[in-house]
Write a protein that binds this ligand. Sequence first.
Ligand SMILES: Cc1cc2nc3c(=O)[nH]c(=O)nc-3n(C[C@H](O)[C@H](O)[C@H](O)COP(=O)(O)OP(=O)(O)OC[C@H]3O[C@@H](n4cnc5c(N)ncnc54)[C@H](O)[C@@H]3O)c2cc1C
Length: 192
Amino acid sequence: MRQGFNRSTAVLGTSDNCIATHPSDMCVALAALDALIEVQSVRGVRRIPFTEFHQLPRDTPQLETQLAEDELITAVELPPLPVAANSRYRKVRDRASYAFALVSVAAALDVDHDTVKDVRIALGGVGVKPWRAYETERLLSGAPANDESFRRAADAELAQAVGRSGNHFKIELARRTVVATLRQLRDTGGAA
Ligand SMILES: Cc1cc2nc3c(=O)[nH]c(=O)nc-3n(C[C@H](O)[C@H](O)[C@H](O)COP(=O)(O)OP(=O)(O)OC[C@H]3O[C@@H](n4cnc5c(N)ncnc54)[C@H](O)[C@@H]3O)c2cc1C
């Protein structure tokens, strides 16, 4: 199969119909921070968890979100989230400015006595949508806050990644970026 130039394409959530990477940075942070999207139409108001707002392409790649044709976004809500007090966005890219993420990680971490008390993680640059790393969060919850746990939890999420000729490097890069971001949050408590 011819694959073309696919260095920047996605490795998570792809289908035969779409391997495009979701482009936004802000949406990755919103996915990590449990944001809610408020939408309004003649039928009234509904709130959509941000992680469900974007859809996987499957066989309808033309539908990026679950917005109905007559719905308008009227608000984005960020709930008060104690773990977000220690949070960080790390973006890895080819150039220092004006470049999409090869990999990005939005993360928040609360560590108590060397154990992960609470964590949120979303990945950018690798998914067809802002990618909330639920499997990483599940494995980290209650685990020792060390590199081994961080790596194992990242691996569990990335086990479903599908690399192609030009973008396979993103899988290892994502693993390393998750570990580095969590280590930094653990060591600095979020201080710059
Ligand atoms: C060269 C380049 C580099 C970039 N690099 C980055 C980067 O590194 N990081 C980054 O985050 N972004 C980057 N961007 C921006 C990013 O790619 C997208 O432009 C951004 O995510 C917006 O998506 P979009 O262009 O599809 O929006 P649009 O094509 O403008 O689509 C928005 C859609 O939303 C609809 N809409 C607008 N308001 C509402 C509402 N209230 N309710 C419902 N629907 C509404 C509109 O009708 C439209 O259909 C870059 C863009 C370019 C061109």
